[in-house]
Each structure stands twice: as structure tokens, then as C-alpha cells.
Design a protein around this ligand. Structure first.
Ligand SMILES: [Zn+2]
Length: 208
């Protein structure tokens, strides 16, 4: 890839934005008030704003391998804290995707060095849902189901944070679990019963 192309693209993009509004960058410079925190996979095919049709300023974005929300990941926890408690987003989305390399790697037995610890979190999701997953004989379907269950568990991890619990109590912040179908481009809402999960886990994870 010729990186000069990137800078040429940037020039063209600036022109395009200014054609829609002369004060486009002046407005961007004033600050951000996104409505949405998007937590997705780092996969190069799953571009956050593009697939949602959103532009700069509309979504606060965090991406990592297999869209994980780990309570000991200082990066993810800082993003959640900042977006929920300071930017005061009203929606938090965990978006997984079919064809996720991270989820696939967690389904196989291989020593992947420093990645082992990260993938172990996904193996834990498999362990929690072992009965359901082992009953699926079609490997592709099992893989897709693990992608969905991983999204659900990461939503549960979000609900375990004090920031989300407090924001739910104060302004009814909502957590959503989505999957991007890489084969069709379609965004699927898993319709996670946020209230039920919140109610179920609060007995143990209540922080605020
Ligand atoms: Zn992925």
C-alpha cells in the first residue's frame, strides 16, 4: 500500500466535508457530545462508524480483539468510565461479528503466546455455555453462536461496572448487544434483556 494515497484521501475528504458545511471543522473543534459508546472488534473489516452510518462526533469508540470488556483491562475500563460518567452517553453497544478471528482462535487448541491470556476470556465464555455449544454439531453454527454468546457476556461485564450501574440508576443508560454479519453487511440486534441481566447479577455485583 502506498501511504501517499492516505494523505491524498485526507485532502479529498476535507474538501468533501467543507462542501457540506463551511464550519465543519470549526464545529468539530468545539468538543464532543456523542450519544453512543461503541465497543467492537479491531478486525479491519468491521469499521465502527461506517457500518452504522455515523460521522465524527457521533460515537465514542473502543476496539480490541474480539470486542472484550475485561474488568482488569485498564484501557477498556477507562473508556467505559470516561464515556459513561463524563461524556454521559445514553447507549453502550458491544458489537461482535461473524467470522471473528479472535473467537475462532479461542475455539482451537494452540499456544499463541501473549494472546493466550486474552483468548482465555473467550474460552471462559465457552465454558459458561458449554452445554448449549456442545449440542451444536455444525461447526460454523457453533462458531457463530459463540460470537453471539461472547457479545452477551461482554454486555454482562459492562453491567458489572460501577459506572454503568450508577448511570442506569441516574439516567437509565442502556446496554445493547449487536452482531455485524460480515457476509451480508447486516447489523443484528441480539435484543439482550438488559433489565433481566441487571436484576440477575445485582445480587452479587452490586457496587453502587
Ligand atoms: Zn473479530
Amino acid at each position: 500500500m502506498n501511504l501517499d494515497k492516505v494523505f491524498k484521501n485526507n485532502e479529498a475528504w476535507i474538501k468533501k466535508q467543507l462542501a457540506t458545511s463551511k464550519s465543519y471543522f470549526e464545529d468539530l473543534g468545539k468538543g464532543q457530545t456523542p450519544e453512543l459508546l461503541y465497543i467492537g472488534c479491531s478486525d479491519s473489516r468491521v469499521t465502527a462508524e461506517d457500518l452504522m452510518g455515523l460521522g465524527p462526533g457521533e460515537a465514542f469508540v473502543h476496539r480490541n480483539i474480539a470486542n472484550m470488556v475485561s474488568g482488569i483491562d485498564l484501557n477498556a475500563m477507562s473508556v467505559v468510565e470516561y464515556a459513561v460518567s463524563h461524556l454521559k452517553v445514553n447507549h453502550v453497544v458491544v458489537c461482535g461479528h461473524y467470522g471473528c478471528g479472535g473467537v475462532k482462535a479461542a475455539m482451537q487448541s494452540a499456544d499463541l503466546g501473549v494472546l493466550n491470556g486474552w483468548l482465555r476470556n473467550i474460552r471462559d465464555v465457552y465454558r459458561i455455555h458449554k452445554t448449549e455449544l456442545n449440542a451444536i454439531t455444525d461447526e460454523e453454527k457453533k462458531y457463530e453462536r459463540l460470537v453471539e454468546l461472547n457479545v452477551k457476556e461482554q454486555c454482562v461485564n459492562l453491567i458489572k461496572t460501577a459506572a454503568v450501574q450508577k448511570a442506569y440508576r441516574d439516567r437509565n443508560v442502556q446496554v445493547h448487544g449487536w452482531v455485524f454479519d460480515i457476509h451480508t453487511g447486516k447489523l443484528i440486534d441480539l435484543k439482550i434483556d438488559f433489565e433481566k441481566y441487571l436484576h440477575d447479577i445485582m445480587e452479587i455485583y452490586h457496587l453502587d
